[in-house]
Each structure stands twice: as structure tokens, then as C-alpha cells.
Ligand binder design. Structure first.
Ligand code: NAD
Ligand code: MG
Length: 387
């Protein structure tokens, strides 16, 4: 029986993963090793009981008593804190879903790779923060990373059986988010509720706001570069409001393979779960005649500076990705907490990158990455406080 773990089980991707695990037999189809979550203890406990997990871990120390109570008599071990989450990744599992949000997903992902199994990677921040380290760890332990971002799963599928040397371009699509047609002036007044209201995808709060600012697509540009190892000049973004075409790969003969599907992450998760085979996934089937038309437009870099910043990060390499992601996370924290205007997020990230020292060199170790991440968080916080 295949063994699995889900990091970030109680989130949007975690719930979709749980749904697919359950539809494929649940506790009778898989041996569940670890499930991790945050503050939603009831849900974490419910999932752990149903899948008869070995261990359930909450990220928060103060939630441990509640988790212990909720799982009393179940036989499921409990633990709390970041170190406990990383330790849970040391327990071998054949298939591990990395669906924690933010750079917090990096260490558990790296530790899980050391078993040489499959890491289904939704946590794009770990590739942005430490792409070379993650890919090298997978190589040296003989592990497989499968992308679980709709665009990257689409590219991966379009590349199956193809020669990467014959790839001319990789085009990832962006819905454009809720502010696609807003003026610069109106975007400056955007509220949290408006930023979270994604037009085509239902996702966690943080990635939804990142979609509104195009920071999600910026992270995905870097994710594409790190995962597929292609020259950044070959990676394009096109705005496609219907979110039906997820990505396209253009080859040296001028042909383009596109991947289409409904805006349901269970497709990309299911692909990673069944890979290298294909298995049934309960997503809605597309009715193209009813959809009628698909439209595409160039992204507006003036309105959304995030894509330009991502291109600068890709050109600079080194520890710029770690600093970029960390500064973005801090800016996002402050936007969510209130008191930071929406466009200030990009300004803070840009200012942080311009003031950071020592990020031009390549990371030699995880410590280098974590130090750059911490320094960028500190600097970004100081810049927010400067007002
Ligand atoms: P979410 O906020 O819905 O869930 C995040 C999960 O991580 C929860 O279980 C939460 O408890 C846990 N978590 C949060 N902070 C943590 C921390 N500091 N330490 C440990 N655990 C923590 O997020 P989501 O939308 O499911 O996204 C998860 C990841 O997948 C992100 O990296 C996101 O970019 C990526 N992703 C999501 C979607 C989507 O449709 N939601 C699509 C593509 C990629
Ligand atoms: Mg995506």
C-alpha cells in the first residue's frame, strides 16, 4: 500500500488532496503517515482520524493541548511547532504533498526529499526561495518532484515525451485577478475583501491576494525557471481571464501544445497522485461550445510591477529569490493586517531588494537561504515601518 503525508492538509490544496485520497480508497487505499495543519485543530483531527494517520502536527505550540484532546483515544500521535513539522517529514512516505503556504514549506519539503520518494510540490515559495537547493536535493536522493501548480503541471504534461532542447517558449497564463480592468487609481484603494475575491479560482487567502497583485504569477515565472531549467527569456506570461488554458509550450517547429482544463486544482493534484499513469479525477468536463471563446492579452507591467521584479530576480540569481519571496510575505502580512495600501506591497519588495546586501552570491547551504530570508524579512519590516 502506498504511504502518503500531507503538509498543509487543512488548507485549500490540502483539502483538495484529502478529497482525492478519500475518493481513491482513503484509509483502505493509502497508509497515511503525517498530516499537518495550523489553527484549525478540529479539521486536522477529523482528517487524521479518517485516514488513520500515524501523526498529526499543528504549527502552533499553544494548540497542542486542543489537538491532543481532539485525538484522544484515536491512536494518532500528536505534536506541535515548526520543528515537529520538519521532524514529521523525516518519517518516510512514498508520496508527500507539500502544501504549506509560504517559505515555511521549504524545510519540510527538503527533508521529505531525502527518502527518495515523490514530492508533489504545491508550495511554489520553496522553489522561488531555494530552487537550486531543492532540485539538487531531489537529484542526489533520487527523489521526484512533481509540480502541483496548474500552470506547471500543464507545462510538465505538455513536455512529456518531448526534448527540452527543442522548446522555444513556455507560456504560463494568468487570470489577471480581480483588478485586471481596474485603473491604477482604483487599485490604490483596494481593500482586503476586494483583493481576496478571485474571479476564477477558489484558493487560500494569501495566494488569492498574490493573484490580485500578480505576485503569484511573478513567483510562478521563477518557479518555471527553477523547475524546468529554461532560460528566462523563453518564459512568457499571457493574461487569459477564463482560466481554461493553463499553460502552453512552443517547440522549435513552431507548434504549440496547450493544456486545457477547468479551474479546479484537483486536476493538477490528481495528475501528481496518479503519475506516471493517468487516473480518473472528478473535475467538471469542459464544454467548449458553451464556453464559446477564449481570450488572451498582454499583462500590464505598469499596473502590476511584480512581473518586472521577477524578471530582475531571475537575472540576478543568487539569493535574490529568497529575498524577493520573504519581502513579499512581509508586505502581504501588513496588507492583510491593514494599514498598508495595496500598491505599497510591490514598492516594499522593490525597496527591500535594492537595499539588501550580499544576495548576489549563490546559496551554498540551507543556512545561507534561511539567513537571506530572515534578513529580507527584517529589512522589509523596517521599510514598512518607515511608512
Ligand atoms: P492555505 O492558506 O489554504 O493553506 C495553507 C496550509 O498551510 C494550511 O494547512 C495552514 O494551516 C498551513 N500553514 C500556514 N502557515 C504555516 C506555517 N507557517 N507553518 C506550517 N503550516 C502552515 O493555502 P493554499 O491556498 O492551500 O496554498 C498552499 C500552497 O499551494 C501555497 O504555496 C500556494 O502558493 C500553493 N498553490 C495553491 C493553489 C490553490 O489553488 N490554493 C494553487 C497553486 C499553488
Ligand atoms: Mg498557479
Amino acid at each position: 500500500m502506498r504511504s502518503i503525508s500531507i503538509f498543509g492538509a487543512t488548507g485549500s490544496i490540502g483539502e483538495s488532496t484529502f478529497d482525492l485520497i478519500r475518493r481513491n480508497g482513503g484509509a483502505d487505499g493509502f497508509r497515511t503517515v503525517a498530516l499537518t495543519g495550523g489553527r484549525n485543530i478540529q479539521r486536522l483531527a477529523e482528517m487524521a482520524r479518517e485516514l488513520r494517520a500515524e501523526i498529526a502536527v499543528t504549527a502552533y505550540d499553544d494548540r497542542l493541548p486542543a489537538l491532543r484532546d481532539a485525538l484522544a483515544g484515536s491512536g494518532v500521535e500528536v505534536a506541535a511547532g515548526n520543528a515537529a513539522i520538519a521532524d514529521a517529514a523525516d518519517r518516510p512516505a512514498d508520496w508527500v504533498m507539500s502544501a504549506i503556504v509560504g517559505a515555511a514549506g521549504l524545510v519540510p519539503g527538503l527533508r521529505a526529499l531525502r527518502h527518495g520518494g515523490t514530492l508533489a510540490l504545491a508550495n511554489k515559495e520553496s522553489l522561488v526561495t531555494a530552487g537550486p537547493l531543492l532540485m539538487e536535493t531531489a537529484r542526489s536522493y533520487g527523489a521526484t518532484i512533481l509540480p502541483v501548480d496548474s500552470e506547471h503541471s500543464a507545462v510538465f504534461q505538455a513536455l512529456t515525451g518531448e526534448d527540452i532542447a527543442c522548446v522555444e517558449r513556455i507560456i504560463i497564463t494568468a487570470s489577471g485577478g480581480p483588478f485586471r480592468d481596474w485603473s491604477v487609481e482604483r487599485i490604490a484603494t483596494a481593500t482586503l475583501a476586494e483583493a481576496v475575491a478571485h474571479p476564477s479560482w477558489s484558493m487560500g487567502q494569501r495566494i488569492s491576494i498574490d493573484s490580485a497583485s500578480m505576485f503569484n504569477k511573478a513567483l510562478e515565472l521563477i518557479e518555471t525557471r527553477e523547475f524546468f531549467g529554461v532560460d528566462p527569456a523563453k518564459i512568457e506570461v499571457v493574461v487569459h481571464p477564463q482560466s481554461i488554458v493553463h499553460a502552453l509550450v512552443g517547440f522549435c517547429d513552431g507548434g504549440i501544445m496547450a493544456h486545457l482544463g477547468p479551474a479546479d486544482m484537483r486536476h493538477a493534484i490528481g495528475y501528481a497522485l496518479h503519475w506516471p499513469d493517468r487516473g480518473a479525477v472528478p473535475v467538471e468536463r469542459l464544454d467548449l461550445a458553451r464556453i464559446g471563446s477564449l481570450s488572451f492579452q498582454a499583462p500590464d507591467d505598469a499596473k502590476f510591477p511584480a512581473l518586472r521584479l521577477a524578471r530582475e530576480v531571475m537575472a540576478a540569481r543568487g539569493l535574490h529569490g529568497a529575498a524577493f519571496n520573504a519581502a513579499k510575505e512581509i508586505a502581504l502580512d501588513h496588507f492583510i493586517a491593514g494599514g498598508l495600501a495595496f500598491p505599497r506591497m510591490a514598492a516594499i519588495v522593490e525597496e527591500t531588494l535594492s537595499r539588501m546586501n550580499g544576495i548576489g552570491r549563490d546559496a551554498q547551504s540551507l543556512d545561507d537561504v534561511l539567513l537571506a530570508d530572515a534578513a529580507a524579512r527584517k529589512l522589509a519590516t523596517a521599510i514598512v515601518n518607515e511608512g
